[in-house]
Design a protein. Structure first.
Length: 313
């Protein structure tokens, strides 16, 4: 079965929001011939300029059968009056499409179409606060790479669109095709939706990637004791110098960064299945379920059990 993927763009769309997922679906289609038919659509069709000035040729919005609607983000998403036809089209077509998804601030267009009310969603971290104020009926989750709520998917900013596309591919074609697609894209690893947006930045080690290797090392040892002294020793720095340098690079203390890594790992495991909460707490390095519960309440406003229940909706 060939699945038609309609990528919706508009003036001043973010080029990577569109081309990143397109590349992922293209590669998956080569690995599984006939799996996807890709089209780029826009209000009125024709040449559409991205925010970078690079143009893409789009077909007009149509009523042909579509498996997946995928809406790009970009600075043009807030021009609601100019995009009224696109918003109305999304509202109408999403009823017939198997699934609807947005990349980055493309969530604004889905929200304007009324498609996200009562749902858990995410968008670019820099827009989450404004998004939550504008759409109080939507449960905005700023600390996510992507969120699936039924057959509505939303992702964080820009490169997170590739993570979302890989998750959609895995949903369609299985984990092996998704893994091989990620390899072809030279993606280091496919990040799960529960990974926090901040931790996605943190794995780069801050502004210049200085602590990237250290964070990878820590992520593989979350069940162990990761004191400032141990991290500093791994970084070949004195504890005092390391703590100052790490805070300057990432905006977090080393202890807080480790907690965020543990939260991200625990959340993925909590939402993914039926593993006992105490086992998740031990594997993620919290030691006991109560300590993990308090950390979840601080970070997510909900205990682990509530997040597990919400993930099953």
């Amino acid at each position: 079965m060939t699945r038609r993927i309609a990528v919706v763009i508009f003036p001043d769309f973010q080029i990577l929001d569109a081309t990143g997922p397109i590349a992922a679906f293209e590669i998956a289609g080569r690995l599984s011939p006939g799996a996807y038919a890709l089209e780029v659509l826009a209000q009125g069709g024709g040449d559409v300029a991205s925010s970078a000035g690079v143009r893409m040729l789009a077909g007009p919005l149509d009523d042909d059968a579509c498996d997946t609607l995928l809406v790009s983000g970009g600075i043009g998403t807030r021009r609601f009056t100019e995009l009224a036809e696109t918003i109305a089209w999304l509202r109408r077509r999403s009823v017939e499409a198997r699934r609807t998804a947005s990349i980055c601030t493309g969530a604004y267009l889905l929200a304007e179409a009324g498609l996200l009310d009562g749902k858990r969603v995410t968008t670019h971290w820099g827009s989450c606060e404004q998004f939550a104020r504008r759409y109080p009926k939507i449960r905005t989750e700023p600390d996510r790479i992507f969120v699936r709520q039924g057959e509505v998917w939303t992702s964080a900013g820009i490169t997170a669109g590739i993570d979302l596309a890989l998750a959609l591919i895995e949903d369609d074609l299985g984990s092996e095709i998704a893994r091989r697609t990620a390899q072809q894209l030279v993606v280091h690893h496919r990040r799960p939706g529960g990974q926090s947006q901040f931790s996605a930045l943190l794995e780069m080690g801050g502004v210049n990637g200085r602590f990237a290797e250290l964070m990878d090392w820590a992520r593989e040892r979350l069940a162990e004791r990761l004191s400032v002294e141990r991290l500093a020793d791994r970084a070949a720095m004195s504890p005092r110098h390391f703590a100052r340098a790490f805070l300057a690079e990432t905006g977090l203390t080393p202890a807080k960064a480790v907690e965020r890594l543990r939260l991200e790992a625990a959340r993925v495991r909590v939402e993914a299945g039926h593993e006992p909460i105490d086992r998740v707490a031990e594997a993620a390095g919290f030691g006991d379920p109560e300590r993990m519960r308090r950390a979840f309440l601080r970070a997510f406003g909900q205990p682990p059990q509530a997040l597990r229940r919400a993930a099953r909706v």
